[in-house]
Each structure stands twice: as C-alpha cells, then as structure tokens.
Design a protein around this ligand. Structure first.
Ligand code: GLN
Length: 475
C-alpha cells in the first residue's frame, strides 16, 4: 500500500480512513505474532482519530491525511510509550512530542504504534531489543536488519503504510534494504532531532521508511525543515513535492561508482545486483564515472569511536532517577545507579558505553577520539572531491544480503564491519537512500544506495523515482 494511492482514493471517496486503518490492523493481527514489529499499539486511539479525520475530509487534504504511520520507539510521543527497545525505559512516556511527530500529526497522519528496534538504536540486525527480535517478513528465519527493524518490517509486511525510523550509521537504509522497502537518511541538519532520543548526536537523523520513492518524498517533506528547538537544524529552502518531481524524468545525472565499494568480500548477489542498476541507468542516458573514496577503509573504526563516545555521554542520564526502570534491593544511591544500569541495559549497550568511555578517557582521548575526528574530515573531503564531478554516488547498502537470526549474534565485530557502506555517508552528514533492486539466491531483498550532495535530497528522489518507474523489473 502506498501513501500516494491511498491519498487519491480518499479524495475520490473510494476508500474511507477506517477502511485503510482496519486493513492495517487485520494485517497486524495475522502477522504480528511472527514478525514482532511493534513494541506498543494504540488501536483505540487510532480508530477514534480515524473517525474524526473522516468527518473533516476535504478535497485539499495533505498527502499524509488519514495515513496509518508507525513510529520508531526512540522518537518521543507524548501519549505513548517511548522505550528505545530498552528495559531501562520501561513505562516511560515523554512529556512532549518530537517535532517530527507534531509535524505528521498536523498533516493528519494516524500514529498506530511504536516500533521495535535494537536497544537505543545500537545494532544492525533487530536482535538487540528487550522486547525480542523482529523477523524479516520475507522469511522469518532471517533478520530484518536494524536498528529500525520494526519500522522496516512493518512497512514491508503491510503492518503500516509508512514509518519513521532513525539512522545514525545506517539504521534506516540497511533494514530498508533487508526488508525490500525504501529508506532515506536525510542530510544531517535537515530534519529536527528534537525529541529523538540521542545515541550519537553528531550523526543521528530521523527519516522515512516507505513502499516507494514517491512516498519517501511525501514523508520527508512533511518532517523536514528548520526547527528552532534543535540547534543543529539548518534553515535552508525545502522543495515541496511538486517541485521535487517536476520533470524528474528529463534529467540525466552523472553517477559516481566508487572502487572501494565493489571490492572482494562483497557478496556476489549484492555486487552484481547493484552493478546491474548502474548499467540500467547508463542505458537510459545517465553518465557513469568511476571514482575513489579512498579513506573508506577507516570508516568503521572512526564510526565506532565517535558513535560510542557520544553514546557513552548521552546514556549517562539513565540512572534510575529520572526515567523508567529502577532496580530493587539497593542500600546506597551508588548501588541504586549501578544495579539499575546493570539490569536495565542489554549487552550491546553496555559494550558501547564501555568502548566510548574508554575512548574518551584521559590519556586515550587524543589517540582515539581526536584522531577519529581527523579521519572523519578526510572521509568527508573524499566526498567533497567526488561531488565536483558527479551528482550522485551509487553503492551497495550492505555487503551481504539478510542473514539468519542468531548467525552473527556472538560476533559483534563482524556485525560492526557490515556497516561499512552506510557509515561513510553518515560521517560526512550526507543524504542517502536505499531502494530495493533485486533478490539474493535465497530470495531475500537486496537494495542499492544513492548518496547525494548535502541538502540535495531532490536529486536523490528524482533519480530514485526514475529507477522505480522506468528501470526496475516488474513484480
Ligand atoms: N548499525 C550501526 C550501529 O550499530 C548503526 C546504527 C544506527 O544507525 N542507529 O551503530
């Protein structure tokens, strides 16, 4: 189900908002036991809102009006739980809405539930949630990717029409790729982070997960734009949906193909699938250009120093005093902190806090954090240089297709390494989209990534839609 189609049907009075909502709830009822995409659902509230919205239906409703949307559980919602997939935030309800939540509500969206995720958005498989793993709707023995596991699985399964996720180092793009849906990480500063529970503040962005590129642009334009409540929000002109897709089929962009992303070790199905996409663009008149992003090899180390350092500081606030869970059976205040954090955080979160605290500690700061910041600049400069000659960069999203549940859980480093193609754009603050292109030998979805210039989501959407309309295989 696509936002755009539903919107047209609402306007033509061919569907009611309750029809669509009930269809989504029916799907949830039949699939959710297996998929586990949601942490909490708000059926009664959604049904009431649908009735209200139906009453005010008119011909000039905004595109999100009456659309059932799922929201990742690290995005603050005033009247709904916001757990971040963690025991430590059990029962926490924020006193305010994230800016993105207010924006989609103002457009008439219906928030149906909060989606499952790797705890505090740390992970790439959807297995690190206090609420149990999410499963890939295409084959439930496989992971859906992460950390926006529930948002991606929900959209892929028809358990939501669209969803919001967050992406620090790939958490929208990689699960979108694994679930066969479209996921966009907007430019850093484009979408307000106000109300997004912080993980790596210099990297975090909220973005849309949808069934098409067009829908991605609808949700993106609804949530993007300056917000005085976020000091990193940038006041730049934002194209509207008509402007984005005006004559999109007339443009033939130059697409860079980075050598470093098609190396040995990348799965053959992924490599051939993504190169096939490049070929089709070329046949349609786009120009391809080989480029080099030569500092790519440092990206994983840099990302895992910066993200864990920022996380160790951001997660210091969960101490059992202000939010959610507090352990029982302590005598002193120190013991209460210790017990609460020991029992409240999962293994992966603790690992990150330890890594980040170490990297920031006196004596190691220069060697790790400072050097990582320097290398981050080099990675960014690689992109700056490349974008002098190309409009977009085409790469795989993940070096492998979806893997089996449990396959990598004992080996955190191999999971970290699999983030190689998504963390680079994150470190450089660039917008990037994941679009489904093919299947692995086991029949699981594989996506490709288009990375754009800062604040040029428009070119990404235009080329992405071109692919979707004219180049992709039917079915
Ligand atoms: N997989 C990466 C990590 O574990 C990215 C997560 C994210 O983007 N939130 O940190």
């Amino acid at each position: 189900m696509q936002i755009r189609e539903i919107h047209e049907k609402y306007k033509a009075r061919e569907l009611t908002i309750s029809d669509v909502l009930e269809q989504v709830f029916d799907t949830i009822k039949s699939k959710e036991n297996e998929i586990n995409a949601y942490i909490s659902l708000y059926e009664d509230e959604a049904r009431e809102r649908a009735v209200e919205l139906e009453k005010n239906l008119s011909d000039d409703i905004s595109p999100l009006y009456g659309i059932p949307v799922a929201v990742k559980d690290n995005i603050s919602t005033k009247d709904m739980d916001t757990t971040c997939g963690s025991r430590i935030l059990l029962g926490y309800r924020p006193p305010y809405n994230a800016t993105v939540v207010d924006r989609i509500l103002n457009q008439g969206a219906i928030i149906i539930g909060k989606t499952n995720m790797d705890e505090f958005a740390m992970g790439s498989s959807g297995e690190h949630s206090y609420f149990g793993p999410t499963r890939n709707p295409h084959n439930t023995e496989y992971v859906p990717g992460g950390s926006s596991s529930g948002s991606s699985a929900a959209v892929a399964a028809g358990e939501a029409v669209a969803a919001l996720g967050s992406d620090t180092g790939g958490s929208i793009r990689q699960p979108a790729s694994f679930c066969g849906v479209v996921g966009l990480k907007p430019t850093y500063g484009r979408v307000s982070r106000y109300g997004l529970v912080a993980f790596g503040s210099s990297l975090d962005q909220i973005g849309p997960i949808t069934n098409s590129v067009y829908d991605s642009a609808i949700l993106f334009t609804a949530i993007a734009g300056f917000d005085p409540m976020d000091s990193t929000s940038v006041d730049m002109p934002l194209p509207d949906i008509n402007e984005i897709f005006e004559n999109y089929d007339k443009n033939r962009f130059t697409i860079g193909i980075p050598d470093e992303y098609f190396v040995e070790g990348v799965n053959e199905d992924v490599k051939s699938g993504v190169l096939e996409v490049a070929k089709r663009f070329e046949e349609a008149g786009f120009k391809l250009k080989r480029i080099s992003l030569k500092h790519t090899e440092y990206a994983i180390s840099v990302y895992y120093i910066i993200a864990t350092s920022e996380a160790s500081s951001n997660l210091a606030r969960y101490d059992g005093v202000r939010y959610g869970f507090r352990a029982k059976g302590y005598e002193t205040l120190d013991e209460m902190y210790k017990k609460t954090r020991t029992e409240g955080f999962g293994e992966e979160v603790k690992r990150r806090i330890l890594l980040g605290t170490f990297a920031l500690s006196a004596g190691y700061y220069d060697a790790y954090y400072l050097n990582a910041q320097r290398a981050r600049r080099l990675i960014k400069e690689d992109f700056d240089t490349a974008f002098k000659d190309v409009d977009l960069i085409l790469t795989p999203v993940s070096p492998t297709p979806p893997f089996k549940i449990g396959e990598k859980i004992e080996d955190p480093v191999s999971l970290y390494l699999s983030d190689i193609f998504t963390v680079t754009a994150s470190l450089a603050g660039l917008p990037a989209i994941s679009i489904p292109c093919c299947r692995s030998k086991n029949g699981l979805p594989i996506g490709f990534q288009l990375i754009g210039r800062p604040f040029d989501e428009k070119t990404i959407f235009q080329a992405g839609r071109f692919y979707e309309e004219f180049l992709k295989d039917e079915g």
